[in-house]
Design a protein around this ligand. Structure first.
Ligand code: ZN
Length: 247
């Protein structure tokens, strides 16, 4: 199966459309790793667009849960909190119901586990280091696990013959990377709607589960358009500015 992998859209419809256009014809099913909403100006539009994608599997993220008050926002920074409160007020009943329906984890084809943050603590945990990645390899059974949450594209590799070691790397963008069957992998496609690796372009991935090949991709989108909409609805200036730089 050829999958499109999208994560952390964060109510950024322009970025989502750019990704869908770039990936057109290259996938049969879609994996969405959560945080459809939060930060950006188009929560309902993004939910509708994602829901309408064929053969979709989607898990919940911390911002999705915060937007429907399934978790509190005490731990969010002030900007994220303000954006969450705006999102809560803006979501339609149908959008809220959809976010409520999202599971925390999904396993596909006995090959792929998907979760927002980590397989161990799906909603909250960030996998930012090889140490955390190493621990998480014990928390899923499949060869591959796909996570988002950090907004930084990365691949972690692990093999049973070296159980105390885990490698982290970022393969060159827009190039197929072969997933060696001797290893298990945790793959983060980066963020569609709010990249944080110093590159403002939308980030996503393509995965061919038969061939065992993943491709991390970047695509430019009209950042100013998203920013103008954010300004119009009164979202925090810092959240508007960061999209220009990808931090
Ligand atoms: Zn996020």
């Amino acid at each position: 199966m050829r999958y499109l992998i999208i994560s952390d859209i964060h109510s950024n419809l322009e970025a989502l459309e750019a990704v869908l256009k770039d990936a057109e014809g290259r996938y049969e099913a879609v994996l969405c790793l959560g945080d459809i909403v939060g930060y950006g100006p188009s929560p309902n539009e993004c939910i509708e667009r994602v829901r309408g994608l064929s053969s979709l599997s989607c898990v919940a993220g911390n911002h999705d849960w915060a937007a429907i008050s399934k978790i509190g926002i005490e731990d969010f920074n002030p900007d994220a909190r303000a954006a969450t409160i705006w999102t809560q007020k803006t979501l339609t009943t149908a959008s809220s119901a959809y976010l409520h329906s999202l599971p925390e984890k999904i396993v596909l084809e006995e090959k792929i586990t998907i979760a927002h943050g980590s397989p161990r603590y799906p909603i909250w945990e960030y996998i930012l280091s090889t140490l955390t990645a190493l621990e998480n390899f014990r928390h899923f059974e499949t060869p591959w696990c796909l996570v988002g949450h950090s907004h930084v594209p990365v691949i972690f590799a692990f093999r049973e013959s070296k159980p105390n070691f885990c490698d982290a790397f970022i393969p060159p963008e827009n190039e197929p990377f072969f997933l060696d069957p001797d290893f298990r992998f945790i793959i983060n496609p980066g963020s569609v709607g709010q990249p944080r690796d110093g590159d403002p372009r939308a980030s996503y991935a393509l995965l061919d589960s038969e061939k065992g090949v993943v491709e991390l991709r970047r695509v430019a989108y009209p950042v100013e358009k998203t920013q103008a909409m954010m300004e119009k609805v009164g979202l925090p200036p810092r959240l508007i500015a960061r999209l220009s730089f990808g931090w």
